[in-house]
Design a protein around this ligand. Sequence first.
Ligand code: ADP
Ligand code: MG
Length: 291
Amino acid sequence: ATPTALLVGTGRAAQLGVVVKGPEVLESTRRVDTIVLDKTGTVTTGRPSLVTVHTGSGVPVDDVLWLVGAVEAASEHPVAGCIAAAATKQLGELPPVHEFRTVAGSGVQGVVEGCAVVAGKLDLLTGFRTPASLLRAKQQAEEAGCTAVVAGWDGIVRAVLVVADTVKPTSAAVVRQLRVLGLRPVLLTGDNEAVACSIARDVGIRDVVAGVSPEGKVAVIEKLRARGAVVAMVGDGVNDAAALATADLGLSMGTGTDVAMEAGDLTLVRGDLLAAVDAIQLSRRTLATIK
Ligand code: ADP
Ligand code: MG
């Protein structure tokens, strides 16, 4: 393709709400045959809400909200945001957190009022004693497509906070259109299998890879590429940045984190996946007319 045509394509893309890092990006956009979609914040709104809090061994819900809310307030994850917001709404200003640490794609930990709190995926609380009732609550929430944030301190799992995210209104239509364009959609998430499969069913995706760490996301992209696929990755989070850089084409959500936007080749300004379909169609049209 001529540089002029690519530049025209770049301008058109901008009108569609897609910022292209360089004109040559449209070439790789055209060749893509597999599109890997991150779940949280990409296929779903990423603006989840806290639905309910299950507690064990007689711990009051307010105590859980006080401690877990304080730790989550220091995290940038969308799941964390809704827990901190619910806690603040219920209890007012939350106490400070010390020794805060975030484990990407897994959860958080920190010390609040002398209490070492851990919250996130169950794997993050290895060695903790888990009451059977909380294990059941976790499973039920996940089968329903919700994310279960497991929280504990002093070696005991104290609560399961059920967080519900919603599928974006355009996601199912996007998946259909991607198929029409001949692309294979894959759902990729750090969240667990039950949640991932429930969301995948809602939007019509058959290929699901769940429970993967940020490095795991990179490995999935590498494996697909090794099999000869030309892979686009769409993501919004810090945890997606490496995968976005590894893919043949990285698409970042304009509503996501700066790190993801820096790693991507294309930015979907409004955070709407429909713009990804537009970009693929545009690259095919632009580059077809000038051959
Ligand atoms: P996704 O790949 O769907 O965007 P992430 O990789 O960011 O999800 O996170 C995977 C899972 O780790 C989340 O679904 C959640 O269960 C857990 N998690 C991540 N960060 C946090 C946090 N700050 N607080 C609680 N749980 C978290
Ligand atoms: Mg995400």
